[in-house]
Design a protein around this ligand. Structure first.
Ligand SMILES: NC(=O)c1ccc[n+]([C@@H]2O[C@H](COP(=O)([O-])OP(=O)(O)OC[C@H]3O[C@@H](n4cnc5c(N)ncnc54)[C@H](O)[C@@H]3O)[C@@H](O)[C@H]2O)c1
Length: 265
């Protein structure tokens, strides 16, 4: 175990889905600062190329693969290619999402299916593809991106249902494959200011300020808040942690802050 944060992921091959922007991009960037070789999977070629170029300019070891995580054969072909090119995958971060309508009654069947496909089926397929290699090598580390929406009703109904599935998948993988040297954890972010909020920001440019009263820490999150947690779970510094939910939410789920203030308590 290395306590030197600049090398604690030295030589580790880390695959990150949905890494062209937002939290995935920040994880990729920060992981290379700690010596990881990052492989970015992304559907958007433009953001993918830009992010890979940015990381390389900073001196990081990064490669991008354009992929549609909704397509099983695309996942199998891309991950097999990565495994044979790098010889191994040490860390998988299931981060990509697709989000449709907010409310259940507005959700079309196609939106529901796409959300399930990208949020829960794609992580299952990535895990199923990479686990045999990890088991054969005696170690593997899987980090699933969850959400506070999976633990309390905060909106985006189909997305919340799918995310609850990934929280459960973490427990299954951790318990079933722990004896094979596999760790699996969920990171549970609160509201994080990324491009995924663009539509909401268009409707209410003050939305992040309006959300502040719900966050005891006094602000919404930034991508680096989540990337730090992911890097900790990715490193051997967290070697006794598996099957858990690491909540990184500025205190949101600790209690309904506005209610406590209303009560004057
Ligand atoms: N931003 C938040 O407030 C927040 C809160 C809780 C949890 N999270 C979780 O953090 C993770 C990252 O969130 P974000 O805000 O950075 O999201 P984002 O929407 O900014 O990024 C998601 C990325 O996934 C890519 N993607 C979408 N469909 C794809 C497909 N079919 N194939 C390949 N790539 C695809 C997108 O192009 C995008 O680059 C997600 O798992 C999300 O659920 C985010």
């Amino acid at each position: 175990m290395s306590l030197d944060l600049s090398v604690d992921l030295q030589g580790q091959v880390m695959v990150i889905t949905g890494a062209g922007r937002g939290i995935g991009k920040e994880i990729a960037k920060m992981a290379t600062f700690r010596g990881a070789r990052v492989v970015l999977l992304e559907i958007n070629q433009e953001t993918l190329s830009k992010t890979v170029a940015e990381i390389k300019e900073l001196g990081g070891d990064a490669q991008g693969f354009q992929i549609d995580l909704g397509n099983e054969s695309d996942i199998v072909a891309t991950l097999s290619k990565i495994e044979s090119e790098y010889g191994k995958v040490d860390i998988l971060v299931n981060n990509a999402i697709a989000v449709g309508s907010e409310a259940l009654l507005d959700t079309t069947t196609a939106e529901w299916d796409l959300t399930m496909r990208i949020v829960v089926t794609a992580p299952f397929l990535c895990i199923r593809q990479l686990l045999p290699g990890m088991i054969a090598s005696g170690s593997g580390n899987i980090i699933n991106m969850g959400t506070v929406n999976a633990l309390a009703m905060i909106g985006s109904d189909a997305y919340s249902v799918a995310k609850a599935g990934i929280h459960a998948m973490t427990r299954s993988v951790a318990v079933r494959y722990g004896p094979d040297g596999i760790r699996c954890n969920t990171v549970v972010p609160g509201s994080i200011a990324t491009e995924t909020w663009n539509e909401r920001v268009k409707q209410n440019p003050q939305i992040f300020d309006d959300l502040k009263p719900w966050y005891p820490i006094g602000r919404v999150g930034k991508p680096s808040d989540i990337a730090e947690a992911v890097l900790y779970l990715a490193s051997s510094r967290s070697e006794f942690m598996t099957g858990t939910e690491m909540i990184v939410d500025g205190g949101l789920l600790a209690g309904p802050a506005p209610m406590f203030k209303t009560m004057g308590a």
